[in-house]
Design a protein around this ligand. Structure first.
Ligand SMILES: C[S@@+](CC[C@H](N)C(=O)[O-])C[C@H]1O[C@@H](n2cnc3c(N)ncnc32)[C@H](O)[C@@H]1O
Length: 469
């Protein structure tokens, strides 16, 4: 009989997100037997286990490439090929990143771009010879893309892959991002990016690497809904060759860059500060969880307004998605009749299992303590009483609004969050935690149902200028 510990572990593993629910393959994984019957070129790569289950040899590059080709053809109506040794994408896992971006764009965390209408435009940094993200984004969702790269082989084959699909080619532009495209920061970019002289100097000094990433590649008049990136993850090919279980190819130019993914994404972050007006969302894939924390800290340092993360699980491989924006979070106008209510409640949904009501309670308490409020919590009844500091009240009044708006709350949260659970919740739970600082001024009650917390704020009237807000 399995031990309790094992059971617990299995239970935990089962709850991990594996594949996005809208992913074509979430209910129906690729059927190798069926594909082999349809594609004679795929058939030789399929073998059958003693249970008559069809398999392919994941360590054979030709097999994985042929599988990608037939999946793109059969399920996406995309004609595709790459030369030997180039990085071969697995279609189901690349689709997860596309659907996560789709979720970000659909959410109302930051306001929609009024000028772009329904047309979604993305920028794929390092599209590779495989050009997978533009091809998937365009075929699945009709998005338009600029895909950038630096190597001749990537630019040539990405272009070929686009041209092999005339029904998508209008939507995809392939663009060179190497050092010979000059780094031009026009006056307009500097103005709209609200970059001070001092900041320009700081970032310019970090931009000494040969190749451009976003600056110098994105044009002054361009606006994108998002950028995405599957960066060169590794610092060396030795580090890259650590997974002998699969053969997905990948040349040193694709897999390696000085400083690995951390340096590459730091570079995207630097560029995003200057180009903050050109994108609603900046995103990147991350291969090592240890880098996530460092990058998230850097993001708060450079003044982003929001950070989101997610985890992508592909078999035994884990990847993380990081998204940030400089757009002020959508301002939720609280109607005056609501403002006068003394009870406000809202749900936090999709919380990771390790975050219980007690954690949230503690993090709310430490958040308000850090902002100078006095707090008294009673974990047994899931209650925390908060009396705001004079400074907090002053800040709210200074904003000239009877409600603490989300921008203010968010700035306060950034200043005070440090490495508290509030951070963890903001970054890891995929929840919009903006309201916590707003509603929990005096008295909070939490109720837990699996993965979801109900937060109820009861405001006490103590003659404070915040009463009833
Ligand atoms: C890991 S591969 C990703 C390829 C493809 N997007 C995928 O998901 O399979 C990283 C890509 O980034 C490209 N690259 C490296 N430096 C770059 C830069 N400064 N700008 C744009 N692309 C770059 C590499 O040539 C390579 O094609």
């Amino acid at each position: 009989m399995p031990s309790k510990k094992k059971n617990k572990k299995r239970k935990f593993e089962d709850t991990r997100p594996k594949i996005h629910p809208r992913n074509k393959y979430s209910e129906n994984p690729p059927d190798f037997r069926h594909l082999a019957s349809l594609y004679p070129s795929f058939e030789p790569f399929v073998f059958y286990t003693h249970n008559n289950r069809p398999r392919i040899d994941w360590t054979d590059f030709n097999a994985t490439r042929e599988l990608t080709r037939v999946l793109l053809d059969h399920d996406h109506n995309v004609k595709w090929w790459i030369p030997d040794g180039q990085l071969c994408p697995t279609v189901p896992n690349r689709s997860n990143y596309i659907h996560w971006i789709e979720d970000l764009l659909a959410s109302d965390i930051i306001p929609k771009n009024k000028t772009s209408g329904d047309n979604v435009s993305g920028f794929d940094i390092g599209t590779g010879a495989n050009c997978i993200y533009p091809l998937l984004g365009a075929s699945l969702l009709g998005w338009s893309f600029v895909g950038s790269d630096v190597t001749d082989v990537a630019l040539e084959w990405a272009e070929k892959n686009v041209n092999s699909n005339p029904h998508l080619s209008e939507l995809i532009e392939i663009r060179k991002a190497s050092s010979d495209s000059p780094l031009v920061l026009s006056e307009t970019t500097l103005d709209t990016g609200r970059v001070t002289g001092e900041v320009v100097e700081t970032f310019a000094s970090e931009l000494k690497k040969d190749d451009n990433v976003l600056i110098g590649v994105v044009r002054d008049d361009e606006h994108f809904d998002f950028c995405m990136c599957n960066p060169p993850f590794f610092e060396s090919m030795e580090e890259a060759g650590l997974n002998p279980k699969t053969a997905c190819g990948g040349t040193p130019e694709e897999m390696v860059c000085p400083g690995g993914e951390r340096a590459f994404i730091m570079r995207i972050i630097d560029d995003s500060v200057v180009l903050k007006q050109s994108f609603r969302w900046f995103t990147s894939m991350i291969g090592r969880k240890a880098n996530l924390k460092v990058l998230v800290s850097k993001l708060w340092e450079v003044g982003v307004t929001i950070v989101k993360t997610t985890e992508f699980v592909q078999g035994e491989t884990y990847r993380w998605g990081l998204a940030w924006s400089f757009v002020p979070p959508a301002r939720k106008v609280v109607a005056s009749h609501v403002a006068e209510k003394s009870n406000i409640s809202f749900m936090l949904e999709g919380l990771q299992r390790q975050f219980s009501a007690v954690h949230v309670l503690k993090s709310v308490e430490s958040y308000f303590l850090a902002s100078g409020a006095s707090c008294k919590s009673d974990p047994s009844s899931f209650v925390v009483n908060v009396t705001p500091s004079k400074e907090y009240c002053h800040l709210v009044n200074k904003n000239g609004d009877e409600n603490v708006d989300e921008d203010t709350s968010y700035q306060l949260m950034q200043q005070t969050s440090g490495s508290s659970l509030m951070d963890e919740l903001c970054f890891e739970s995929r929840n919009d935690f903006l309201f916590a600082s707003f509603t929990s001024l005096h008295h909070n009650v939490f109720q837990q149902i699996p993965g979801t917390l109900l937060l109820r704020g009861s405001l006490q009237h103590r003659g404070s200028p915040l009463s009833g807000s």
